[in-house]
Design a protein around this ligand. Structure first.
Ligand SMILES: Nc1nc2c(c(=O)[nH]1)N[C@H]1C(S)=C(S)[C@@H](COP(=O)(O)O)O[C@H]1N2
Ligand SMILES: [Mo]
Length: 322
C-alpha cells in the first residue's frame, strides 16, 4: 500500500488525524464531517441517554483523575474500533452485531495453565474495582473514563506464566460476519497488541469489563478489553479472545501497519511528536462541558502516570523506543 503524504492544510489542529494514514482523500473528508457531527449529536442526546448494559459489582479504588469524567454519551459514541469502520461514529452504529456471550479466552505459550477458558471462569466479579483513568489517543484527544474491571496482573497470575514469558500478546476476536469493517484491509486482522511482562504486571494495567458501573458496550470493546493508561489508546486492545505468553517482542497491529509512526512502546510522550502532528497537547473530548464541545490541555509525560511507571524505562532511550 502507498503511504500518501498529506498536505499540511489537510492536517490542521489534529482534529482530522485518524491513525488511518492510508485513508484516501474522500474518506479523510468524510471522516472529518462525521467526527465533529458525532460529538454534536451525542451532546444533544446527553440529557436523554440512559446508561446501557448490565449493572456490575465493584469496589472503589485509589485511581482517580483530577478532572471531570467524559460524559457517557461521548465515551460510547466517539470511538476507535476499526473492525466496525474507521469513522468515530461507526462502532456505535455497527458493533451491536458482535456476539459477546458466550465468550471464551484462549491462553497459550509459556505458562503452566493454558487452554480455552470461559470468560466467567477467569474474571472473578468479586474482585472487580472501579478505576478512573485518562485515555490519551495518539490522535491527540483524551477522555476521562470510569472503568470497571480487574487488574491485569491478577488475571495473568492465575495462568502461572513461566520465566520464559518475557512479553504477552493479546488478540481481538476476528469474525468477518460480525465485524463489517474487517471486509476492508485497513489493518492486518485480527488486531493484535502486546506488553512487556513487567509492564503487564504493573498495577496500572487493567482489564476492563465495564464503564460507568455497567457492562462494556460493544463499541468500547465488550466483553473484555485492556486499558493501559500511560500508553497511547491503541495499546488498549478491545474484545480480547487470546492471550499468549511469548519470549520475543510480539507483533502489534499499528506497528505492522506503519512502523515509523507507531512503535511497540507507545508511551504517551509530549516530547516525541508523531511524524505528522505534535503530541504536546490534546483535545479534551467534552472538556468544556456541553456549551463548548472540547477544550485543550497540555499532554503529560506518561499521560500523568510517571510516578508509577517511569522506572520501567530508566535504562531506555524513549525517543528511539517510541
Ligand atoms: N481491536 C481493537 N482495539 C482497539 C482499537 C481498534 O481499532 N481495534 N482502537 C484503539 C484505539 S486507537 C483507541 S484510542 C481505543 C479507543 O477506546 P474507546 O473507543 O473505548 O474510547 O481503543 C483501542 N483498541
Ligand atoms: Mo487511538
Amino acid at each position: 500500500m502507498l503511504i500518501r503524504r498529506p498536505k499540511s492544510w489537510e492536517l490542521k489542529e489534529n482534529q482530522t488525524t485518524p491513525h488511518g494514514l492510508y485513508l484516501n482523500r474522500r474518506q479523510l473528508v468524510a471522516g472529518l464531517g462525521l467526527a465533529s457531527g458525532s460529538i454534536a449529536s451525542c451532546a444533544m442526546a446527553e440529557s436523554k441517554t440512559a446508561i446501557a448494559g448490565r449493572k456490575l459489582e465493584f469496589s472503589s479504588s485509589k485511581y482517580k483523575v483530577d478532572a471531570p469524567q467524559t460524559p457517557y454519551p461521548m465515551v460510547t459514541s466517539y470511538n476507535n474500533f476499526y473492525e466496525f469502520g474507521t469513522d468515530k461514529s461507526d462502532p456505535a452504529k455497527h458493533a451491536h452485531s458482535l456476539i459477546t456471550d458466550p465468550w471464551t479466552v484462549t491462553v497459550e505459550g509459556h505458562a503452566n495453565k493454558t487452554g480455552t477458558f470461559a470468560l466467567e471462569d477467569i474474571i472473578r466479579t468479586s474482585e472487580q474495582e472501579e478505576r478512573i483513568y485518562r485515555l490519551r489517543c495518539v490522535e491527540a484527544w483524551s477522555m476521562v473514563i470510569p472503568w470497571v474491571g480487574v487488574p491485569l496482573r491478577k488475571i495473568l497470575a492465575q495462568f502461572e506464566p513461566t520465566s520464559k514469558a518475557k512479553y504477552v500478546q493479546f488478540v481481538t476476536k476476528f469474525e468477518r460476519s460480525q465485524m463489517r469493517g474487517t471486509r476492508w484491509p485497513v489493518l492486518d486482522w485480527p488486531y493484535v497488541e502486546g506488553l512487556r511482562m513487567d509492564e503487564a504486571m504493573n498495577d496500572l494495567s487493567f482489564m476492563a469489563t465495564g464503564l460507568y458501573g455497567h457492562a462494556l458496550p460493544n463499541q468500547n470493546g465488550a466483553p473484555l478489553r485492556l486499558v493501559v493508561p500511560w500508553k497511547y489508546g491503541f495499546k488498549s486492545i478491545k474484545s480480547i479472545v487470546k492471550i499468549r505468553f511469548v519470549s520475543k517482542q510480539p507483533k502489534t497491529s499499528w506497528k505492522k501497519s506503519a512502523p515509523r509512526e507507531y512503535g511497540f512502546y507507545s508511551n504517551v510522550n509530549p516530547n516525541v511528536d508523531h511524524p505528522r502532528w505534535s503530541q504536546s497537547s490534546e483535545r479534551v473530548i467534552g472538556g468544556g462541558g456541553f456549551s463548548s464541545l472540547f477544550s485543550r490541555r497540555n499532554t503529560e509525560d506518561f499521560n500523568g502516570y510517571g510516578t508509577e511507571v517511569a522506572s520501567l524505562y530508566s535504562d531506555m532511550d524513549l525517543k528511539r523506543n517510541y
